[in-house]
Design a protein around this ligand. Sequence first.
Ligand code: NAD
Length: 492
Amino acid sequence: MERYRLYIDATQCEPASGEWFTSDNPFTGEPWAQVARGGAPDVERAVQAAQRAFTTGAWPALSASARGLLLHRLGDRLAEEAECLASIEVRDNGKLYSEMHAQLGYLPQWFRYYGGLADKIQGSVIPLDKKGYFNYTRHEPLGEVAIITPWNSPLMLLAWKLAPALAAGCTVVIKPSEFTSASTLAFARLFKEVGFPPGVVNVVTGFGNEVGAPLVSHPLVRKITFTGANATGRRINEQAARDFKHVSLELGGKSPNIVFADANLDDAVNGAVAGIFAATGQTCIAGSRLLVQDSIHDAFVHRVVQLAESARMGDPMQKDTQIGPITTRPQYDKVLSYIDIAREEGATLELGGKAAVRRECGNGWFIEPTIFTGVRNSMRIAQEEVFGPVLSVIRFRDEDEAVEIANDVRFGLGAGVWTSDIGRAFRMAERIQSGTVWVNTYRAVSYMSPFGGYKDSGLGRENGIEAINDFFQTKSVWINTGAPTGNPFVIR
Ligand code: NAD
């Protein structure tokens, strides 16, 4: 079994504990790699390395343009490694190779975009109300940043944080999910190769309480950027608040995908099915609440069920597989328990509702694509994030009721609207409380477009120009150009 070591100060190293844990392949249910079990001493070494790199040596001496060039080079190397890294991710998280390969093929753009942005960050000269002073601002990097990622799209969610952090001139310690650490460690090896100074990027693998917690509370860490579950995000936010650290949080969702009777229904059926069953429902933006207008409800649901039923499940490495396994055993148990909850709450099962026992699924953690109708928005299956292939269908009468149902949830990450009425599209986009609204499409993301949550779905934005500002602090500089400095004790 291949061993994945920690990456600290540009060196692959053994964990202080001398211990390793296994990473399991969700398709076979078998361990396939050994990963270093980091702990507080490794966190200490990594943060110290990040601090040295931030304050001394080559990194702070680089011009912003030179930093940008390094990010470009990294993007180019990442493009060359896309196939290899995608296969590692599939072994770790069981998502389709076709999806992970496409994702990895797109990721270099994050490093190129923020590499290009690095030398376009400018302070400003303030036209003061006072004579005799020159006042200007500088945007300075925050310092050592902790990046904590989940298991569903390890390298993509890492790139969203890492590219702007490095472009801003910060240094980082990365803590990937204990379920999917291997691709981050394999990716980290590229940094030395393309010329990043030691200590700028460090990776400490291990468990949340053993690595994540000491990292968040480390006094030298100035910012935490986190993607993961709400409960963890809350804990991190509370800890960070005690030490006045900056925090960005990308958390859960319970996104409404809203289909009006006037929509192009062929597209809407595809969008509804892709919205929930892509990535086996394990995405924060899963369109897990399908809101369907009364007049088309039955016929539309029939078509959604038919399409979902036709999906081929199996080995995620195979080109023709359309739905892969659930990434982790605990997540598999959680999804099945939500299916029981939905039944107990009185929702009507239209499809699936059980573990998938099919020859092509082997011993993997598979669950049948599951669709419930008759769901009321107050039910737990409509309010809580399942993070799996479970769709709740809810009826609505008109635009007002659709908005009311869409917003009646503590999350606000994504929302889909399917309509051919342009006025309605604009009205819905304005009224829905959500960080992203897609009209006649679903799940589109780009390095150029801000992404983040309203309400309990998070704090801050990733992607787009504004994301880099989260890694700077602004300094105001006053220069006396001739104002008298009077005796403070003379009363005028
Ligand atoms: P999780 O919160 O369990 O784990 C995420 C990371 O936090 C892991 O690396 C974990 O080890 C670490 N962690 C755990 N306890 C910690 C602690 N006390 N201190 C510091 N770090 C700690 O989440 P998960 O199960 O890996 O991911 C699934 C969740 O992520 C879902 O709820 C999903 O909605 C969310 N998610 C959100 C987005 C988004 O952009 N909004 C994207 C993907 C996933």
